[in-house]
Design a protein. Sequence first.
Length: 198
Amino acid sequence: MRKTLPYLGAWFIAGLLAVALASVGVSMVTEQVTTNNRPAALGAAEVRDELASIDQDGATEATPSLPEVPPTPPAGAMAPGSSPSGSSADRAPAPGGGPSDPSTPTTTIAPVPTTLPAAPTPVTRTYDLIGGTATLRFTSEGVTIITATPKAGFSVDIEANDDDGDARVEFESDDHLSRLDAWWDGGPQNEVREERDS
């Protein structure tokens, strides 16, 4: 028993020393982590200045220039130079004459698309009249006569008005007149008249 007492004492002292060293190490690390004397993080402009000073000191490797990036303040942070209360020029009056709410989101207006609407699809129609058959193509720019075929005993007369894009087809015989007037007004429009000569 007497031989083991020195060993137990040495073991106890070694344990105390280990605990003391561990607590000193933990306090040093805690002080390094939680101290307020740490340097603040560098912004983009400061990093650029530091890199430029390294290049001027004889560094052999060139560093690319960094673009100017303004720091992004955290949500709810004040802009530099502004006071907590703000100024009347910075805030719009709220309804009822009270102070405006800084948490109210601002409204942005989306740009108007600049694409033009597609032109209407051309329409082709065929008309079978007493005096003949006519096929016309309608577009928003006007009417084009594709074919005008008179029946036996009829003659055909075609008129196209280049100013407003209207078209007229007439099939005429000794005792009958078939007239087709066509134009574009938001879509294909036409008027057919069958007239007998007395």
